[in-house]
Design a protein around this ligand. Structure first.
Ligand code: S3P
Length: 468
């Protein structure tokens, strides 16, 4: 049950607000009777960004279905339009991106505002690194704290001219494209954003570009580059370190694209179903790319009741696109688990909701080698420690992780600070559904960054009950 009243308690006065849009605070009440049924989640954010960015340099117009209409991905649409690419938005997640190759891109006549979108901030410099003009990018307060040296330094080594604040580390950033040469770049931390940026630049470089990753990270860019007819390969272990190599391409010719549901969004209702008694919930049409679904392995190791059904004939079956399927979760008694580097990059965006599951598990769960969480939309290690403590959970914070002392008996109530971080807001909502008296979340508007309609979806899932 969801009360979209600012900070109300169940018995308190409430001014009723009809939908999740335009809200600030919200109280989420226990989902008595369990979460049951089937649902679909909005399109995958990572793939939606890439469909538009790669569509913009494709040498044919690309139809996209299932595009995520969210704050982050609309920033990407606006960015390619600023680069001179026509985009038709037919509604209901259907777009036509009228790419005319790299030669169709023009110098934007203003600063490109990425808003809160880290993926756009990291990938766009790679896309334009060989274009003979200037692109300046900035974003919101959270974006202006996020490290950019990790992409700007290798792009400069490839031949682009770059500028940024704080010694070329922080946005705003400027990039003037140049003649690029391929480099071999070794990442100290696995990052799909850094890898993707360099692969996009590598398509326009002379010679090959190689990116060494300490562990696998999401590979949507590689899959889409291959779908466009260019060559990219990965050497190494599928579950360990690897070298990703891209070859220059004169053109990219993308087929029409279908974006699956976002596994990272599905993770919230699925974990809610694990934590709320009498639940059995299925999320359908969700992307099951193995570089994204590390959370499922970890939850299974914790004793979660989960079932996965891969869709027959899904694009993944041909080995070019992304597998999709249904994931069903049922109420479960969880036990603690330890997480290290091997899992972190395969569930980087699911670690916040995993932390809530760990808070209900029997025993102490240890998360390590997850320092990257400090440079996401918020400092997620510190914010998660505060969030869990607000529920009465004992947490020890480390430079690169957390120890979480699980409380299988759950929590009564709490007030959650999100720092305007969409994923923390959704963690707070799930904490409320799984609570005894309700949890107040200070900002739910930020869920529009990745999961528009989140509050309404939660309302529907929990039935009419006490929801407003
Ligand atoms: C993303 C990669 C991840 C993830 C982000 C989206 C992407 O970042 O946290 O939300 O679309 O490539 P890093 O790869 O930098 O960890």
């Amino acid at each position: 049950m969801v009360d979209t009243t600012r900070g109300a308690s169940p018995g308190g006065a409430r001014s009723s607000v009809p939908s999740g849009r335009g809200l600030a605070g919200c109280t989420f009440f226990p989902a008595n009777g369990g979460l049951r049924g089937h649902l679909r989640v909005p399109g995958d954010k990572s793939i939606s960004h890439r469909a538009v960015l790669l569509g913009a340099v494709s040498d044919r117009s690309v139809q996209v279905e299932g595009f995520l209409h969210s704050a982050d991905t609309l920033a990407t649409l606006a960015a390619v339009q600023a680069l001179g690419v026509a985009v038709e938005d037919h509604g209901h997640g259907r777009l036509t991106v009228h790419g005319r190759g790299w030669a169709g891109l023009v110098e934007p006549d203003n600063v490109v505002d990425v808003h809160n979108a880290g993926t756009l901030m990291r990938l766009l410099p790679g896309l334009v690194a060989a274009c003979p003009f200037l692109v300046v990018l900035t974003g919101d307060a959270s974006i202006r704290r996020r490290p950019m040296g990790r992409v700007l330094e290798p792009l400069a080594a490839m031949g682009a001219t770059v500028w940024a604040r704080a010694g070329d580390q922080l946005p705003p950033v400027g990039i003037r494209g140049g003649a690029l040469r391929g480099v071999r770049h070794e990442m100290t931390v696995s990052s799909a954003q850094v890898k993707s940026c360099l692969l996009l630049a590598g398509l326009r470089a002379s010679g090959t570009t190689e990116v060494i990753e300490p562990g696998p990270s999401r590979d949507h860019t590689e899959r889409m580059i291959r779908m466009g007819g260019a060559s990219v390969e990965r050497e190494g272990s599928p579950t360990g370190p690897g070298l990703v190599r891209v070859y220059p391409a004169e053109t990219l010719r993308l087929p029409d694209l279908a974006v699956p549901g976002d596994f990272s969004s599905a993770a919230f209702p699925l974990v809610a179903a694990l934590l709320v008694p009498d639940s059995e919930l299925t999320v359908e049409g969700v992307g099951l790319n193995p570089t994204r679904t590390g959370l499922l392995d970890v939850l299974r190791a914790m004793g979660a009741r989960l079932a996965v059904m891969v869709d027959a004939g899904a694009p993944g079956a041909e080995g070019v696109g992304e597998s999709t399927g249904s994931v069903t979760a049922g109420s479960s008694d969880l036990k603690a688990v330890d997480i290290g580097a091997a899992h972190v990059s395969l569930m980087i965006d699911e670690l916040p909701i995993w932390a809530l599951a760990a808070a209900r598990a029997e025993g102490v769960s240890r998360l390590r080698e997850a320092g990257e969480l400090r440079v996401k939309e918020s400092d997620r290690l510190s914010a998660l420690a505060t969030l869990l403590r607000a529920l009465g959970v004992r947490v020890q914070e480390y430079d690169d992780g957390l120890d979480i002392e699980g409380r299988p008996e759950g929590w009564a109530s709490g007030r959650i600070e999100t720092h305007h971080d969409h994923r923390l807001s959704m963690v707070g909502a799930v904490a409320g559904l799984a609570s005894r008296r309700g949890v107040t979340v200070d900002d739910v508007t930020c869920t529009n960054v990745s999961f528009p309609g989140f509050v309404d979806t939660m309302k529907k899932l929990t039935g009419s009950g006490r929801s407003v």
